[in-house]
Design a binder for this molecule. Structure first.
Ligand SMILES: Nc1nc2c(ncn2[C@@H]2O[C@H](COP(=O)(O)OP(=O)(O)OP(=O)(O)O)[C@@H](O)[C@H]2O)c(=O)[nH]1
Ligand SMILES: [Mg+2]
Length: 402
């Protein structure tokens, strides 16, 4: 399953975002280092389900469908906060950096209101600077990867030379735990144009540049401008957008209020919605009504949504270029072996061939693959067919033929 990592300075709302996105109860408080160990949970990417267009009633198994919106599960990890110098052990040390090593994409949560200082201590909104925070966080990630590459570098470089082993293979092995795949390494080494030099002669600066480029390639970043409901956040949002990073305004706290309200049946609200409906006025306290009014006024009316669902979707569909696909066993009825209509919806990288997709479902299915059928167009396709977003795929294998 794809893994989305929540990271940033302490006290910016990472756990609030996590809690809103997963509905798990985790400690949230207005002081630094509330989170001491990573929280892992399941959240959902949302997409328009093909059921509406085809006018069928689906029977979801792995990915729920609500009013024609399909909720596809992804893993979410909430990490302890990072302070300047974290890579060399400041704050909670670099254990938390390790928590994000398995993440495929990072949601960098920033306090857009500047209501916390560099270390995450509360201060008056407008005092802290999210842009500065962004710069130190980039440096933390780079130094963290640099340090890992540098460790035992000479040994690795010598090994590459004496065994005439390709350095990208050895690096890929070394960095496998960080989700830094070999194709990232090969591309980055080509870009850096250092392969004409022997690895033992690569300088510190070469290695640092390698770390920076690998970080950018393997851990794409979406900036989540959180606490957008507070003063000064709007001005800072404009400054953050100028950095060139994709940036989404967000109020994790607003989303938490809405999801909790919906869970209790007090309001009608679906993640990503631009509005909510009060269902049960009698059960709401005056304070709750006031909080809902603030959410409406300061967040929904102004930015169109709380940003939580949008951030998750953007990271998967835009940064990781994932698409959705629906596997079925009967291409006419669109069912699985139990007769359930459109039971599953998977996220796969754009460019995946139908045979690679078969392998993702089950190794055996990939190995015995014969051909596939795209069910919407009733088209028979070969193993090289590149799966398109929203395809409904039946795989015919030597096994399924009996
Ligand atoms: N106004 C406002 N406050 C928020 C928002 N999101 C979180 N907060 C508050 O910010 C404080 C910190 O929230 P947490 O979720 O604990 O922050 P964290 O980043 O997980 O903090 P650490 O675990 O210490 O790194 C809490 O008081 C939250 O209620 C938001 O969107 N708006
Ligand atoms: Mg936390």
């Amino acid at each position: 399953m794809v893994m989305v990592g929540l990271t940033g300075k302490p006290n910016v709302g990472k756990s609030t975002f996590f809690s809103a996105a997963t509905l798990a109860t985790v400690p949230i408080a207005n002081y630094p280092f509330t989170t001491k160990k990573a929280n892992v949970g399941v959240t959902y990417a949302t997409t328009k389900c093909v059921c509406k267009k085809l006018n069928v009633q689906d029977e979801p198994v792995n990915a729920p469908c609500v009013d024609g919106v399909r909720f596809i599960p992804v893993k979410l990890v909430d990490c302890p906060g990072l302070v300047p110098g974290a890579w060399k052990g400041r704050g909670l040390g670099n254990q938390f950096l390790d928590e994000i090593r398995r993440a495929d994409v990072l949601l960098l949560i920033l306090d857009a209101a500047g209501s916390t200082d560099e270390e995450g201590r509360p201060c008056k909104p407008g005092t802290g600077d999210p842009l500065k925070d962004l710069r130190f966080l980039e440096e933390e990630f780079d130094m963290w990867i640099f340090q890992i590459i540098k460790k035992d570098w000479e040994k690795l470089a010598r090994k590459a030379e004496t065994l005439r082993e390709n350095i990208s293979n050895l690096l890929a092995e070394k960095l496998a735990g960080l989700q830094i795949k070999k194709h990232f390494i090969t591309n980055v080494l080509e870009e850096l144009d250092i392969q004409s030099k022997k690895p033992t002669q690569w300088t510190e600066e070469n290695l640092k540049n390698l770390a920076i480029k690998l970080r950018k390639a393997s851990k794409p970043i979406l900036i989540v401008a959180n606490k957008i409901d507070l003063p000064y956040a709007e001005e800072n949002l404009a400054r953050l957008k100028e950095t060139g990073y994709p940036t989404i305004p967000c109020s994790a706290e607003a989303e938490l209020i809405l999801r909790r309200g919906a869970e209790k049946g007090l309001i009608g609200y679906k993640p990503g919605d631009s509005e909510f409906k009060i269902l049960d006025t009698d059960r709401l306290t005056e304070k709750q009504i006031e909080a809902l009014n603030i959410v409406k006024e300061k967040v929904l009316n102004k930015y169109g949504s709380t940003g939580v669902q949008e951030a998750i979707n953007f990271s998967l569909f835009n940064l990781l270029n994932m698409i959705t696909v629906y596997p079925v066993e009967d291409e006419n009825k669109l069912t699985d072996h139990k007769g359930r209509v459109l039971p599953d919806c998977y996220l796969i990288p754009k460019g995946t061939t139908v045979k690679e997709f078969a392998y993702m479902i089950h190794t055996e299915l990939g190995e015995s693959f014969i051909y596939a059928v795209e069910a919407k167009e009733k088209k028979r396709v070969g193993e090289d067919y590149v799966v398109k977003d929203g395809d409904i795929i039946k795989i015919v294998s030597a096994k399924s033929r009996g």
